[in-house]
Design a protein around this ligand. Structure first.
Ligand code: ATP
Ligand code: MN
Length: 313
């Protein structure tokens, strides 16, 4: 039995996922804890766990057997429509406990427990179409970067660890969730307009026509996979910060629990590349409020198409 920071680590040689052992996960997370914990701290945390012989699942509510010393925060979860007791992963010990629970992916919310401060970042989530190559995502990311610059903003970028990228703009506290949400929609629309052959804001998948989707729905109590978080995919890739100018020279699979530590070389490029907190320009927020929320539009559009199909039958 092995123990670190008072946390018992068990069955480290057991397989975890696709050739990686539980030890690979624990050792990676421990080594990156000084950089990952600041990304998670004080934010209600969801994790994806993979238990032996079971399908992976997302855990929001802490299980009954959670030790008392794990900090927690009660919050209403809109997706599951219930009060959830979320963990706050504020220290290495909690991260090690989660690692030992075979928690592979770490998904913090975009706001901290200081709810009045509002979202801490504006995020654009870029999703390539199925089977597409990463170069296409990079082109779309460049459009977002340009749209940000033309709006007087600057962001930083990381691979999601899966297929796309996440662009983050840190915010001065106190900007309301709805305004941040609106500004995200406006930025997506501005980026799309820069080159509609590359990027789309179409919520309905069949309307995207093979373009990169600029998802503007990540806001407030929504989650985004944390920088440095492993992802439950072949090779255990991790979400990894990339300098804007390096983006075209990488692919997400370059960064895994096996390669990331060497590439980091003790540095924390996510913290180091994060610009100063910014205030969203009023015209951007205003424009965003004129753009309907994609999910609502899609719901009406879905009904309209269903009616059209019925008329044809
Ligand atoms: P990819 O690059 O493949 O898009 P991703 O992490 O960006 O990877 P998305 O499906 O685009 O995955 O989702 C964006 C974020 O939204 C995720 O990182 C995750 O935090 C959150 N999310 C997605 N699906 C769910 C879900 N079913 N439940 C909770 N959170 C989710
Ligand atoms: Mn995505």
């Amino acid at each position: 039995m092995c123990e670190r920071d008072g946390v018992k680590l068990t069955n480290l040689d057991q397989p975890l996922f696709e050739g990686a052992t539980k030890r690979d996960l624990v050792d990676y997370l421990d080594a990156v804890a000084d950089r990952l914990v600041p990304v998670l701290a004080n934010r209600p945390l969801s994790v994806i766990r993979i238990l032996r012989g079971q399908d992976p699942f997302m855990q929001k509510n802490l299980p009954k057997y959670t030790p008392d010393w794990v900090k927690r925060y009660g919050m209403w979860a809109e997706t599951s429509k219930r009060q959830v007791s979320y963990a706050l992963c504020d220290d290495r010990r909690t991260l090690l406990w989660f690692a030992n629970q075979r928690a592979v992916e770490y998904h913090p919310t975009l706001m901290t427990t200081d709810v009045d401060a509002g979202p801490t970042h504006l995020v654009l989530d870029l999703d390539p179409p199925a089977g597409d190559d990463f170069a296409h995502v990079v082109k779309a990311a460049v459009l977002v970067r340009q749209a940000l610059a033309e709006s007087g903003l600057v962001g930083t970028v990381k691979t999601s660890g899966s297929k796309g990228v996440h662009i983050f703009v840190p915010l001065v506290p106190g900007q309301g969730g709805e305004d941040v949400f609106a500004a995200t929609r406006a930025l997506a629309a501005r980026a799309e307009r820069l080159d509609p052959s590359v990027a789309t804001t179409a919520y309905i998948v069949e309307d995207r026509e093979g373009k990169v989707y600029l998802d503007s729905t990540r806001a407030g109590s929504n989650t985004v996979a944390a920088a440095y978080s492993p992802r439950l995919r072949p090779g255990l890739p991790v979400s990894f910060p990339v300098a804007w100018d390096d983006l075209e020279n990488v692919v997400p699979a370059d960064f895994t629990v096996h390669t990331a530590l060497d590439l980091l070389g003790g540095k924390d490029p996510w913290a180091e590349s994060m610009p100063e907190p910014q205030t969203l320009p009023a015209d951007l927020v205003e424009q965003g409020h004129t753009i309907p929320i994609a999910r609502v539009v899609a719901m009406h559009e879905g009904k309209r198409r269903a009616r059209a199909r019925e008329r044809k039958d």
